[in-house]
Design a protein around this ligand. Structure first.
Ligand code: SF4
Ligand code: SF4
Length: 235
């Protein structure tokens, strides 16, 4: 899932300090799971903003709402249509949600309440790590299911760089941010699976045009679009 961190309160307040009415809008998807932008966090942020406004001598009304997902038109459109005299939105969804609100014609400014950081998994409660960089051409079948794109600091495809420490850590590791070497993990995993010999095959340079490096990506599923059109015709 997408992971995010809350922005500092002062930064968020700075976005809306000259407004009279602000909607704090949460997301019931990833932002809820990583506990930065769901209903509970919307309540906490809205209350903190009210207190901040009070101490700054500003009269600002803060509304609260949390939709199922901010990345889907069916949940976002009713919010956009029902804004009334709201002058700005603070979104606690990931950056996709903010972009989507604008794309759906939101007539007022939409400000980010969180910093979106990566796509990752939960290591333990309260700890997440990046696991996929959405490169658009998955190579996990070659690497024992461990991603050399998202987990190797140099995105290497043909083995480690030589900077791996004796205890299997990446050379970028620090005591505050220990980073296992992805290639040390790949080798161990493939040993365990009995497929280590497959690493002897040299992989050609990756086609990065399917990744973010090829520009903003778009995906069209003609079968789903057709299904939708047929449903509309029948209804
Ligand atoms: S190879 Fe690409 S698609 Fe597969 S997990 Fe890594 S970044 Fe994600
Ligand atoms: S030490 Fe390992 S994870 Fe770090 S850059 Fe080198 S190969 Fe990649």
């Amino acid at each position: 899932m997408i992971k995010a961190n809350s922005k500092p309160l002062g930064e968020v307040f700075g976005f809306i300090e000259n407004c009279k009415k602000v909607l704090v809008l949460g997301c019931g998807g990833c932002a809820t799971v990583c506990q930065v932008g769901g209903e509970k966090e919307v309540g906490v942020l809205a209350q903190a903003l009210r207190l901040k406004a009070g101490t700054e001598g500003k009269q600002i009304e803060f509304l609260e709402n949390t939709v199922t997902r901010q990345c889907e038109p069916e949940f976002v459109d009713p919010v956009v249509e029902g804004l009334g005299d709201v002058e700005a939105i603070v979104s606690t969804a990931c950056g996709v949600g903010v972009n989507h609100l604008v794309e759906r014609g939101c007539p007022v400014p939409v400000f980010p309440g969180v910093d979106t950081v990566f796509m990752g998994s939960t290591l333990e409660h309260g700890e997440w790590a990046e696991r996929c960089a959405a490169c658009g051409q998955c190579v996990l079948h070659l690497t024992g299911g461990i991603c050399p794109i998202a987990r190797c600091a140099k995105n290497l495809l043909n083995g480690p760089c030589g900077g791996t420490t004796e205890d299997g850590m990446c050379e970028i590791s620090t005591p505050e941010n220990p980073v296992p070497c992805a290639w040390a993990e790949i080798v161990e995993r493939m040993k365990q699976l009995g497929t280590l010999q497959e690493l002897g095959e040299i992989q050609p340079p990756k086609d990065w045009s399917t990744a973010r490096d090829g520009g903003p990506r778009r995906r069209v599923r003609a079968d789903l679009k057709l299904d939708r059109q047929e449903q509309k015709v029948q209804s």
